[in-house]
Every structure is written in C-alpha cells, then in structure tokens.
Ligand binder design. Structure first.
Ligand SMILES: [Zn+2]
Ligand SMILES: [Zn+2]
Length: 421
C-alpha cells in the first residue's frame, strides 16, 4: 500500500460537493465583478518568487518546493498566485489590452510546512488581481468583492480587518522608529524576533509568541508615520466602505506575511471552533511589477485558502442539502425492460437530466437501495408486468409516493416534474 504524501489530501464524496459549491460561487462572484480567469503554470522559475515574495519571508526561507530539472534550471512549485499572474501580465504584454486588467485564478499551491487544521502542503487558493489602478476605488473594489464572496457562500460571521501600510517612504521612517524602539528590548523577545530585527523589522509585528506580545503592544504605530497622500488615500477607502455598508475594523497591527504589500492591506477573520481563521487576505502591491521587470503599475489583489473556506462552510452548514448525484434512476428487471430503460435514459440525458441505470445486474430491491444512496429524486420502475401493461411506475424518492404513468408519456412526465422543482 502506498499512501499519499504528508500534507496532501484526497478530496471526494461529500467534501468535493463543498469544493464545487465554493468554486461555482467564486467564479460567479468573479464574473459579477468583471474578472476573467487566468491559468498559469504549476511550476515557475524559483527566482520569480524570491524576487517578488521576498527572500526574507518564511515562504522563501523555508517553505518553497524548489528543485532542479534535467536542464539544471532552478524551478519551484508555486507557493502563491500573485507573482505568476504578474509575470504573465508582463510577459504577455497585457497592458496593451487596456487597464485595469482584472483576472482571477483557482488552483493548487505548494508550501513545505507543518500540516495543521486547514493548512496543507498542497493547498488551494482562489485569488483575484486588479492590475493598473492606484485609485482608492480599486482597493475598495477588492474588499467589496471579498465580502461579496463570503456572503455568496453564506458565511456571515466574518470580521474584516484593514490597515494602511503607507508608501515606501512612510515604511522606511516607520522601520527606523521600530528599530529604535526594539533596540534595547532584544533581550526580552523570542529568537525569531531577534532575527527579524536584523532582516525585516516589520515582521516583528507578526510574532505570535506570548512573551513578545506586551512589547509589541507598546510599539509605535504606523499610522503616525503616514504621509499626507497616504492619509488621504486611507480616508477615501474608509469613506467608500462606509457609504457601501461594508463594516471594517482598522487594525494598525495588520502587516500581512508577504514583503510586497504597500498601502492598503486587509484580512478577513472568521471564528472556527476554538480558534479564529484568517480566511482571506489581500492588499496593494504597487511595486511588484517593476521588481519583476515591467513598467511601474499599481495593483491590488486578494487570495483565500479553499481548504479553510470549505472547513468553515462545513462548520456553518453553508450548504443545506447535498445535491443529488443523479436526478433519475431507471430500474429494470429483465432484458426487454433493460432495453426500454436505456431508451428512457438516453432521452432524458439528452435533455440535460442526470440519469443512472443499473450496471450491476442487481435485483429490484437492491437497485432501489442504490438509487437511494445516489440521492435520486425519482426512480422509474420497469418490470415484466409494467412492460405488459404499457404503464411504468414512477416513485418520488423523498415521499415514497408511487404513481403509474403511461409508458409513452413517462419521459415527459419526469421532465415536467423536474422543471417544476
Ligand atoms: Zn505615504
Ligand atoms: Zn517574537
């Protein structure tokens, strides 16, 4: 027996229905907001992520699935979606098709980390990128779309956290202030924080270690270092959200894990059992396109982990009833009846109805049992008696009601019943 690699999952059965439900909702929301799907390769040059995500991030430091191919290229299974979208935007000269460019992606990502609830080594993300607008309206649009998605999934208990990280200039002065603040406190913080102090001082605000919290709480706030333009941008985003009834909590401690964010960042938090999930996150990344060799192009995006979304949906019972695996099951006993059942099956399938018939040579009782397992809405029963009489039995599975229907009318009867649903 060979088992699946650690940190991966087989998705099937009841769970796949949640996945498909999620994907359908995500595509619908993307469509409503005017986003088109983009599919980029599963693997890219490793350099792409080192340069965009940042070589000081956990992703690049510890979590990338990097490998050398037979041509000695250093490749990497993509750990996130944005860098690849940006690479594609530049490489395919999408700017010529007009801005903003609005694309979304759904697919697997890979990070070598310790598997935990809702986090796998092969995990899946839905994300959207709005490339080419520096307007506060673009930030608001992505936040709006995130909230729209949650509502579409019937996840109502979310809280939206938002922060303004400022432009590069603001961040430099803030970093200097943080360095100054932490300078004489390094003895009291965790080893990770000591390392971050040297490599990326902003990440000190990301630390979850208990001992670091009181120090973190008294640290200077980024808001104090925002330039007038960034203050104004923040005010405008806030105003648009208020005018559109989107509740947001301004959280000055929200920095997000990736180095490339500038300006507005946001995160959706959701209660899950005893913990709180970061369900979705995004923000503005105005310099990534330049960093990857394109012309300076302001952009904003978000992504969410589908595993966590699905876990939350299941917890919230966001799908009331699992869908039927087939709408109609055609039962038959005997060769003649089987021929008849295949004709009906074909007729209904050609009209878009999902139909199954017996492929196992089971008796009537076991065919019914199987039809029930497939959650069929109706079964059509054709035995020798029914053939002789020219009248078939139609059973409504939920109620158990059975009625006799003229054999020449049975397909139409089913069609009428199903369209009436
Ligand atoms: Zn600024
Ligand atoms: Zn720490």
């Amino acid at each position: 027996m060979i088992s699946r690699p650690k940190g991966t999952n087989d998705i099937y059965g009841e769970e796949i229905e949640y996945w498909q439900y999620f994907e359908k909702a995500a595509r619908k929301v993307a469509g409503v907001f005017g986003f088109q799907e983009i599919r980029t390769p599963i693997f890219e040059m490793a350099e792409l992520f080192i340069r965009s995500v940042g070589d000081e991030t956990d992703i690049v430091q510890k979590e990338m699935y990097t490998f050398e191919d037979k041509g000695h290229r250093l490749l990497c299974l993509r750990p996130e979606g944005t860098a690849a979208v940006v690479r594609s935007f530049i490489e395919n000269n999408m700017v010529s098709e007009g801005l903003p460019r609005q694309v979304y992606y759904i697919g697997p990502m890979f990070r070598y980390e310790r598997p935990q609830t809702g986090r796998q080594r092969q995990f899946h993300q839905f994300g959207a990128e709005l490339i080419g607008s520096s307007s506060p309206l673009a930030d608001a649009e992505m936040i709006w779309m995130s909230v729209f998605l949650l509502e579409e999934l019937r996840l109502h208990r979310y809280t939206l956290h938002i922060n303004m990280l400022g432009c590069q200039k603001d961040r430099e002065s803030y970093k200097a202030a943080l360095k100054d603040y932490y300078k004489d406190k390094l003895g009291a913080v965790c080893p990770d924080c000591r390392r971050r102090y040297e490599t990326n001082v902003l990440r000190l605000l990301d630390c979850k270690v208990d001992a670091c919290q009181p120090i973190k709480e008294k640290a200077p706030e980024l808001t104090e270092f925002l330039c007038p333009e960034c203050r104004d941008h923040k005010g405008q985003v806030s105003q648009i959200l208020i005018e559109n009834n989107i509740d947001a909590i301004w959280n000055t401690r929200l920095v997000r894990g990736l180095d490339y964010y500038t300006g507005i960042v946001f995160e959706v938090k959701y209660p899950f059992k005893e913990t709180v999930f970061d369900l979705l996150g995004g923000g503005r990344y105005d310099h990534v396109i330049e960093q990857l060799g394109g012309n300076a192009t302001p952009s904003v995006g978000f992504a969410c982990g589908i595993e966590r979304m699905v876990a939350t949906m299941r917890e919230e019972k966001a799908i009331a009833e699992p869908a039927a695996l087939c709408q109609v099951f055609v039962l038959s006993i005997g060769e003649e009846a089987k021929k008849e059942s295949l004709k009906i099956t074909d007729f209904l399938r050609k009209r878009g109805i999902s139909v199954q018939h017996d492929l196992m040579g089971r008796n009537i009782r076991n065919q019914l049992k199987y039809a029930d397992k497939q959650r069929a809405l109706y079964t059509i029963i054709i035995g020798e008696d029914e053939l002789d009489k020219g009248v078939y039995l139609v059973k409504e599975m939920e109620t158990g009601d059975q009625i006799e229907v003229e054999s020449s009318w049975v397909e139409n009867y089913i069609l009428e019943k199903l369209t009436a649903l």
